[in-house]
Design a protein around this ligand. Structure first.
Ligand code: ADP
Ligand code: UDP
Length: 244
């Protein structure tokens, strides 16, 4: 294969920049040292955040692959760069919840961290303009966002990811409260897990202290994000290192 070369900037997101490469099937992803909240309205520079999330996401995607859950990850190229398979993104955020927090807790006024007997699955329509509204399956169909078969496949994969992530985090002494996934379609029409899995997109709680180990410390201004993400990476490295 010819040497891979970074190409044009395709998209600047809130947490990552996506670049083309000389291979039309491969994207060059740069994880940024910045954190945003309120859908980008609050944005600050955070030391090492890009490096930490890139490493955490790379380790998790690799683990999922080893456990039979395909995803877009190809390889980590450097501290802040990873290569991924380019897909046509489906504009839905798939949220899986194992316990009540965030918008669920607010919406239904249930006690924080109430455990669910079976995981709760929700979709949000990915639109910064509309503030990512909740969307149900019949609304997905009405807006022609994704076919019923694609939605069913996203749900199937999201639950498999949940089972594996719960095991990884449990081994790290962490409760996986909830998380968000994004999927895309390959040229062959296959639903493929994409974007990132990191403390930006998961709610993680220390099993012993109940301390937040995720972006909530930034959202709620309760701690230092870099320190918390370093803790997550350190525990993840210990678990994944002893796995092989
Ligand atoms: P946001 O768009 O929410 O600000 P990011 O800063 O994480 O988020 O930007 C990454 C963008 O790249 C998102 O729009 C995401 O949907 C998209 N993306 C993630 N993985 C892929 C992929 N494999 N192929 C194409 N686009 C992707
Ligand atoms: N989430 C995310 N990106 C978003 C919205 C939510 O990664 O744009 C994640 C969030 O970190 C949490 C889960 O999805 O792990 C559920 O979020 P929730 O609906 O509770 O929203 P919040 O109250 O956090 O805005």
């Amino acid at each position: 294969m010819a040497e891979l070369v970074k190409g044009a900037l395709l998209y600047t997101g809130k947490a990552k920049e996506m670049y083309a490469t000389n291979d039309p099937e491969i994207l060059w992803v740069e994880y940024l040292d910045q954190a945003t909240a309120l859908n980008g309205k609050r944005k600050v520079a955070v030391t090492e955040k890009g490096l930490l999330n890139n490493r955490i996401a790379s380790l998790i995607f690799t683990d999922l692959k080893q456990h039979g859950i395909e995803n877009h990850f190809i390889e980590q190229l450097s501290d802040r760069v990873q290569l991924v398979r380019r897909v046509q993104m489906i504009p839905l955020e798939t949220v899986v919840r194992n316990a009540a927090s965030g918008s669920f807790e607010r919406k239904f006024a249930v006690p924080h961290l109430t455990k669910f007997a079976t995981p709760v699955l929700e979709f949000f329509y990915k639109s910064d303009q509309l503030d990512d509204p909740f969307i149900n399956e019949s609304q997905v169909a009405a807006l022609d966002v994704a076919s019923a078969a694609v939605v069913a496949e996203m749900k199937r994969q999201a639950l498999l990811v949940n089972t594996r992530l719960q095991a990884i985090f449990k081994a790290m002494g962490i409760q996986l409260v909830d998380f968000k996934l994004e999927f895309g379609l390959t040229d062959q029409g296959k639903v493929l897990l994409a974007d990132e899995i990191s403390p930006d997109s998961c709610r993680l709680v220390d099993q012993q202290t109940q301390a937040s180990l995720d972006k909530d410390v930034f959202r709620k201004n309760t701690g230092d994000l870099t320190t918390v993400y370093q803790e997550v990476l350190q525990r993840l490295t210990a678990v994944e290192g002893s796995q092989a």
